[in-house]
Design a protein around this ligand. Structure first.
Ligand code: HGY
Ligand code: MN
Ligand code: MN
Ligand code: MN
Length: 413
């Protein structure tokens, strides 16, 4: 194998691409709002497709709108080594969550051309549809279909809070591709992503070698009481769904605190109905989610949630419906690929450490159908899913450098 240790990506070109993509859906606070399958998402997809075409890559869009830009290998029949992440963002997202992994993959392919390096395996960079799960729950649904966790029909039927169906929105923005979603061999997949937490920056580490993705459980809870007049309904006669919901919020927080140090629990959405200032809320819709690296702890948290909500509903005389919308076990990544990431970090002279991912990622589903690993870069203050999300150009380049070398090890020069 030729000495590749001095191969360098073009960090300035990568940074320019990140900044240009960040303008699409850019928000006044410097963040990004490119909610999946909106016209803004389409504009981001079109820019990515233009860049891939300029780089001479062959683009395939599959039935879930997943985009795969492919650089041919010297042996066409070999399965591709894949990179990539997602271009969709949270409504108050940043410029780097997901986007770094997609544009770093593009930078790797641009650099291989500059350096005139050919690999045996083809190499692809992917943009996975609806990683965030903010508009259409659950998250990572398109990589989930690719990995066989959901059928196409199940995914197409998912509706947003306005009742729009995922399949219809995919069609509307022109990204419902012909190619089947999944069912094809992949040699390996590497996802570069910001850590979205504080560990790497706090420890002065450049590269996270991600060994696992933690498990997640997402729920939708509907509490139903009875609307009535805020002025003339005596307190003992009320069936106030919002009072019950407030106790559920406290319960969810308690369940997280009761499983230290790694458990996390969050109520992200809470919608009282009818939402009138002088009507006792008759119904509340809320979402909650748990995460932990161990399945047994997630089972215990699930039990505590269900028992706790039943007690709250009985005491407040409310009806309750609990819908689990996402049950996602902890994911160990492939040792061979994790090793390739670690060797690439050492070759580049980067300070690195093993780390478990707090966030979910498309790589967590792809790990079900191909050897997969992730690379983390630090992010400023560990902040993400916030418009102030920030990384340094040096961190972006370091992560992309490691991605280049990990991919080259597996794609075989
Ligand atoms: O929620 C997550 O972990 C991911 O950012 N969708
Ligand atoms: Mn992400
Ligand atoms: Mn995210
Ligand atoms: Mn994610």
């Amino acid at each position: 194998m030729p000495d590749l240790s001095n191969l360098r990506i073009d960090g300035a070109r990568l940074w320019d691409s990140l900044m240009e993509m960040g303008q699409i859906g850019g928000t006044p606070k410097g963040g990004c709002n490119r909610l999946t399958l909106t016209d803004v998402d389409r504009r981001g997809r079109d820019l990515f497709a233009r860049w891939c075409s300029e780089a001479g890559l062959a683009m395939t869009v599959d039935a879930m709108g997943n985009m795969f830009a492919r650089r041919a290998g010297t042996e066409a029949g070999l399965p591709p080594v894949m990179m990539g992440s997602h271009l969709d963002t949270q409504p108050t997202g940043g410029k780097f969550d997901g986007v770094l992994g997609v544009l770093a993959g593009l930078e790797v392919l641009r650099s291989l051309d500059d350096l005139n390096i050919r690999t045996r395996h083809p190499i692809e960079v992917a943009n996975w549809t609806n990683e965030e799960g903010s508009r259409f729950a659950p998250a990572m649904v398109a990589s989930g279909v690719f990995a066989g966790a959901y059928t196409l029909e199940q995914a197409y039927a998912i509706r947003d809070r306005d009742g729009k169906a995922l399949g219809d929105e995919l069609e509307r923005i022109g990204f419902k591709g012909e190619a089947p979603c999944g069912g094809r061999a992949i040699r390996a997949m590497f996802e570069l992503h910001i850590e979205q937490g504080p560990i790497l920056e706090d420890e002065g580490i450049d590269i996270g070698v991600v060994t696992h993705g933690q498990g997640q459980r997402w729920y939708e809870v509907t509490l139903t009481g009875f609307e009535s007049h805020a002025g003339s309904t005596p307190m003992p006669r009320r069936r106030d769904a919002l009072v019950g919901a407030a106790k559920v919020v406290e319960l969810v927080n308690r369940v997280g605190l009761d499983h230290p140090p790694l458990a996390v629990s969050t109520v992200g959405m809470l919608q009282p109905y009818p939402g009138s200032r002088n009507v006792i809320p008759g119904q509340v819709f809320l979402t909650c989610e748990f995460r932990h690296p161990e399945e047994a702890v997630l089972v215990a948290m699930d039990r505590a949630l269900r028992d706790g909500i039943a007690a709250i509903a009985a005491e407040a005389k409310l009806d309750v419906e609990i819908k689990q919308v996402f049950d996602y076990p902890p994911v160990p990544f492939d040792e061979g690929c994790v090793g390739a990431v670690r060797r690439a970090a050492e070759r580049g002279g980067f300070r690195h450490r093993d780390i478990v991912s707090g966030a979910g990622h498309d790589a967590c589903y792809i790990a079900r159908v191909a050897p997969t690993a992730m690379i983390f870069t630090p992010c400023v203050g560990g902040i993400s899913h916030n418009e102030s999300e920030e990384i340094s150009p040096a961190w972006a380049s370091a992560g992309t450098q490691v991605l280049l070398h990990a991919v080259l090890e597996i794609a075989e020069v």
